[in-house]
Every structure is written in C-alpha cells, then in structure tokens.
Design a protein around this ligand. Structure first.
Ligand SMILES: C[S@@+](CC[C@H](N)C(=O)[O-])C[C@H]1O[C@@H](n2cnc3c(N)ncnc32)[C@H](O)[C@@H]1O
Length: 359
C-alpha cells in the first residue's frame, strides 16, 4: 500500500513539468507593474536557465524597478528544457539588475549559488530565501499546490501564481478566497505548455510541433494572487430580473440556483448559488461569499433532486441607494446588521482531498 502510494506520488510529480509561455506571463503581469517597485521577487519552482518567469523579471528588471530577483530550481542542474529531477543538488540565482548598461542580464551579472539540498521549495534553505522575498511569482507543481499556498500564507508573502481552477474547490484554498486572502488574477482560462518528451500522447489537448516538441493545453488555468488588481473593483453588470420560475430554490438551503454567472438577477437580495466561474468576476464590494457547496444538511446543494457542480453561495452587498427587494423573507434594510455564517476554518492538509472532490 505504502509502495503504491509513493509510486502514485512519483507519477504525479512527473506530471508537474508544464512550462509557462512568456506571453501568458506578460499578459498577466502587466496588471501588477506598480506592485514591483523596490521589491525582491522570488521564482522558486523555476530552473533559472530556462524559466520564462526568470526571463520576464530579468529582462524587465529596470522597467519594474525591482530591487532583487531570486530564482531557484528543483534538483536538476542540466541545461535541458525539461527537468529530469535526477540531481540531488540544485542551484539558485540572484540578480541585482544590469551593471554594464546594455539592459540585458549577462551571465557575469548573475550570481550562481549551489544549494546543499535539492531545492525543494519546502526545504530550510529555500525558506530562508522566501523570507527575504516580497513577492513570489511562478507556476508551482500542481500536485503540491495546497502545500505551496499554505507556505506562502504562513510566511505572509505576496504572490502571483499560476494554477488549475480545480484548486478553487479545495477546502483550504476556498477558505482563503472566502476570507479575502487570495483571489483570481486578471487573465487566462486556456493555456498551452511545452511538456517533456516522456509525456504520453493524449487524444485531446496534445500535439507535437514541427520541431518534435510536445505540447499540452488546458482550458481551466488561472492565476491566483493576493495583490490588488483593477478587475477586483469592477462591478459585474447585471441585467436579469428575478422570478421564482427561472430561479428555483435549493431543497437544503434557503438560496436560489443560478445556472450562469451572467444570469445573476439584479433585484434579488437573498442568497444565491452560482457556478465557480463567478470568482473570475468577483468584486468583494459588490458581493459577499457566504458559503461553499454544502446545504444546511452538510450535503451538496440540491435543486429539483439534482446537485449542480460546486456552487458558491453569495449575496449582494447592500450599498447606499440600493432598492431593497421584498422577494426574500430574510431581506434586510440597508444599514441593518447582517449575520452571515462564519466561514469554515481552514482544514488540515488532506493528501487525498483531491480524490474526494474529483478533478
Ligand atoms: C508546472 S512546472 C512550472 C515550471 C516553471 N515554473 C514554469 O512555469 O515554466 C512546476 C515545476 O516545479 C518543479 N517542482 C516539483 N516539485 C518541486 C518542489 N518540491 N520544489 C520546487 N520545485 C518543484 C518541477 O520540477 C517543475 O519544473
């Protein structure tokens, strides 16, 4: 059993090699430029010799006004595109910007250091680098996403990281979202990644280009951050009106079911269950997250005998000048205090949680 588990973990780790395109990094990070001035940035799952995160920050070092860039790689010291993870010692790089005026990070301007260990982001020496850092930016291994985020939270770091939308459904991650400690970034739902040669071909979302390079694409990629971005302050424009036929109530919670985020009614002030894609439009000044997924009986929300996929229970925030509707028995007047359910506290790391929630 233990053998099976470690084999499973090893297989999952092998599936962690997805290399982020420079254009995807540029498209997201242009929304954060003002955050980087005078800051130390760490890319801690990145072979500095091939990572586009290292490329982005080293080539934009002066424009962003960075103080320092640290990049660490995991195990591998070879210059191959894809880490074979076969060397127990790894390197890390530090860069303080251009010295000779050519605005290019030359090799002699980059400090190369050897780790004692393998460069695991959880190791003591990597944590020492994390402590010196203001903002962490990378695409971490998806198989370790919970642990990765938990570590960033523990050391109270700012971050912009790429991940899979499935992570939203992890209890720990959702808890951070609900508590306003983490939100979705600006761009992306689809992304393509170079993958190593040993990756098995797939029937869909897989191709080999003319140079023989293997690629995979995913339609459910998103950025997770705790840095403020403009999108987080933009209201979702609502145009539908509530009626009880189009918006049935759940059997196990006093809230209405909304099938599409664009169909959130503009005149309903009770609790509403929305798909997780809502988070891409979430402005905490417009809506409040009340609860995730479960009804009062602690089972998945159900409507007409069916459980729609992962609903988030939300409520519109009352703002001065809002008309307070009368459809809902618990409607409140503007200014009256609201008693929402307390958010669930973060649960301890559960290695098998993914299996419980499915992918
Ligand atoms: C999804 S890939 C992304 C690589 C790179 N950040 C990029 O975006 O192009 C995740 C990387 O994390 C590395 N990795 C896996 N486990 C790690 C660990 N425990 N500590 C640090 N890096 C790890 C993998 O080798 C892999 O290269």
């Amino acid at each position: 059993m233990a053998g099976n588990r470690s084999l499973h973990a090893a297989n999952k780790a092998k599936e962690d090699e997805f290399y982020t395109e420079l254009s995807d990094i540029e498209n997201e990070l242009k929304h954060y430029r003002h955050h980087f001035k005078g800051k130390t940035v760490l890319c801690n799952c990145d072979d500095p010799r091939i990572s586009n995160f290292f490329h982005y920050f080293s080539y934009n070092f002066e424009q962003l006004g960075l103080k320092k860039l640290i990049t660490t790689c995991y195990k591998n010291q070879n210059r191959d595109l894809f880490s074979q993870n076969d060397s127990e010692r790894a390197i890390w790089l530090e860069y303080y910007g251009d010295k000779n005026g050519n605005r290019v990070p030359d090799p002699e301007e980059i400090g190369i250091h050897y780790f004692e260990g393998d460069g695991d982001f959880r190791s003591k020496e990597c944590i020492e680098l994390l402590k010196q850092t203001d903002i962490v930016v990378t695409n971490p291994p998806f198989s370790l996403f919970r642990e990765y985020v938990a570590q960033l939270m523990k050391y109270e770091k700012k971050f912009v990281i790429l991940g899979n939308q499935n992570a939203i459904t992890y209890k720990e991650i959702f808890s951070f979202i609900q508590n306003d400690q983490l939100w979705l970034g600006s761009t992306l739902s689809f992304a393509k990644f170079k993958v190593p040669d040993y990756y098995e071909p797939k029937a869909t979302r897989f191709w080999i280009d003319e140079s023989g390079q293997k690629w995979r694409s995913m339609g459910n990629i998103c950025w997770f951050t705790n840095l403020d971005i403009a999108k987080r302050h933009e209201d979702l424009i609502l145009y539908k009106s509530y009626n009880p036929d189009d918006y049935p109530k759940y059997e196990n919670y006093d809230a209405i079911e909304i099938k599409k985020v664009t169909e959130i009614p503009m005149d309903y002030n009770g609790i509403m269950g929305v798909p997780i894609t809502f988070l891409d439009k979430y402005n905490p000044e417009q809506f409040e997250i009340v609860k995730f997924r479960k009804g009062n009986d602690d089972k998945d929300l159900s409507v007409n005998g069916k459980c729609p996929y992962f609903r988030i229970l939300i409520r519109r925030r009352q703002r001065a000048g809002d008309v307070v509707e009368t459809f809902h028995e618990t409607s409140l007047q503007v200014g009256q205090s609201l008693h929402y359910e307390q958010p669930e506290t973060a649960l301890p790391m559960a290695a098998e949680e993914e299996a419980e929630y499915g992918k």
